[in-house]
Ligand binder design. Structure first.
Ligand code: HEC
Length: 198
């Protein structure tokens, strides 16, 4: 008796679910079917292309404010090309936006030791491991050497160092895909410390 009831309940449940599914799938292809969760089709929020009376130009999609930096925007790559002119323009146009603190300096040092010290040496004298094994010509010392692009290495500006890390120069390869702009700026900060070495 009990088993019979169970079977009935089961088949009734099955019929209900099946007919619900069949009814729900009925439609004439013109969007007039019974829809589940209407809000998912017409969200309460404005769509970007919808008119919008909250703004004076009646548009939902507003232009970002002047000076907005898009996510992932690499200013040097976008604005200063890999040329001598680009390098000099970066020198006058770029200032390190990362504030100097014990924390950021330490991160700069760590990144420098991982990414640069094998060539430039931990103290920036151009005596890294790949140089001491005799397979690579020594890069100029940050404090006493001269840049191949003119001037003393100790006078290299924020922009020149950032441009160099981004694009590389001669035997030094580019690092823009390995280091984010912020990471590069932290390294620039630390290179300034090494420029002061005796
Ligand atoms: C494969 C070895 C190598 C690596 C790695 C390397 N450099 Fe260099 N770097 C050089 C050499 C060689 C030069 C000299 C190139 C020239 O002027 O001909 C140089 C030059 C420079 C200059 C001088 C640029 C100028 O304007 O004259 C700076 C600044 C510099 N490197 C910073 C860095 C920093 C910071 C890193 C780490 C992110 C780094 N380098 C990684 C080899 C390297």
């Amino acid at each position: 008796m009990l088993a019979m009831n169970k079977l009935r309940i089961l088949s009734l449940t099955f019929l209900t679910v099946a007919s619900a599914a069949i009814i729900a799938s009925c439609g004439n292809g013109k969007g007039q079917a019974w829809e589940y969760a209407r809000n998912m089709y017409d969200p309460i929020a404005y769509n970007p292309d919808q008119p919008n009376k909250n703004f004076s130009n009646q548009q939902t999609a507003q232009l970002p404010p002047d000076g907005t930096t898009p996510v992932g925007y690499d200013r040097v790559v976008e604005e200063y090309p890999n040329t001598l002119e680009g390098y000099n323009a970066a020198s006058s146009g770029l200032k390190n936006p990362v504030p100097v603190s014990a924390g950021t300096m330490n991160e700069g040092k760590l990144l420098y030791n991982h990414m640069c010290a094998h060539c430039h040496g931990t103290t920036g004298q151009g005596d890294g491991n790949v140089v001491s094994v005799g397979k690579f010509p020594p890069p100029p010392s940050y404090s006493t050497g001269n840049s191949s692009r003119g001037g003393a290495m100790k006078d290299l500006t924020d922009g020149k160092i950032f441009h160099t890390i981004t694009y590389g120069v001669n035997l030094m390869g580019p690092h823009r895909t390995q280091l984010s702009p912020t990471e590069r700026w932290k390294i620039v900060m630390y290179v300034h410390e090494l420029q002061k070495a005796q």
